[in-house]
Structures are given as C-alpha cells and as structure tokens.
Design a binder for this molecule. Sequence first.
Ligand code: NI
Length: 185
Amino acid sequence: MSILKIARMGHPVLRGRAEAIDDPADPEIVRLVADMVETMMDANGRGLAANQVYVQKQVVVYIPPRDNEEGDEEDDVEVVVLINPRIEALSEETEDGWEGCLSLPELCGIVPRITRVRLRAIAADGSAIDQELSGYHARVVQHECDHLNGILYPMRMRDLSSLMFDSEVSHLASEPATETDDGQS
Ligand code: NI
C-alpha cells in the first residue's frame, strides 16, 4: 500500500467526472481502495474520493458516524468503500452543517445538504449496498459523491461568508449551523 498525493482545489482532475467501474475485483481497483484508505487515514480525513488522488474512477472511502459512541475501541475504525455510488434524494428538506475537505486544506464552510437520501453502491467485496441515510451520514456521502461529479463543497454553499480557515472558527460565538463536524473529506 502507499500514501497517495491529494489534489488541491484548482487542479482540473477535481472538476472531471469519474468513470464507473466494471469489475470491483480488478486488482488495480483493490489496490486503489487500499491506497485510498491509507491516504485518508494518514491525512486525518473522514472521506476521500478517487479523483482527489488523480484517478477518475467512481470510488469513495469514508468513515461513517458511530451508532454507539460508548464502544470506544480506538484501533477499530470502520471504513466504508463505495464503488459506483448513486444517491437519490428522499426529502426536499436541507440542513446546514460545517464541512471541510482534504482538497481545501485548513478551510471549512457551512453547506446545505439534503437531510435524507437513498444510497446505492457496490461494496468492496462486490455486494450491493442499498441504504437510507440521514444526518451526518447523508452529508458525508453527498460530499464524496459530489467529488465524483466534479463538485467541491464551496460550489454548494449559499453564503461564502462562512468559508473560513479552521483556525478562525473559534471567533464564531453562535452561528446558525446545526452541526459542527469539521472532518476533512
Ligand atoms: Ni472532499
């Protein structure tokens, strides 16, 4: 496995559309997934899309929210792999929340996301994923799937005045954001 270079905002690879994968068991894809997980962990990220590592393929890895915060086994970080993910909105309602991105290091902003989505994808083992997601889990999946379509989170922001450096967020006493998760994805 190897740690890959992460593309930063402005590089055209981040604006391209990723291609669907025919064979998730292809050794090249298996290696890509392993490298993406290692790269995300090394960068302290919560999610990573393949075009962020200069590969225009529909692959996403992310760390889902824990159902039970009590199970605090530090070494046991679950990573979800999505191949050819598709998202369908299950609600017209959106919710504002903070987002960060490994392609925009040290920045964060308030992004509206659909509160409930249906996610369909292929898992790393080739099995089908079909889930209804809400809250942070729906948010991270929308952020990552946007990458595969060439969209970065500032392109979803309604108000660019909340685009700021992580180090300056402490100046905000009370903001309208309902979630504060500045995980970089
Ligand atoms: Ni991102």
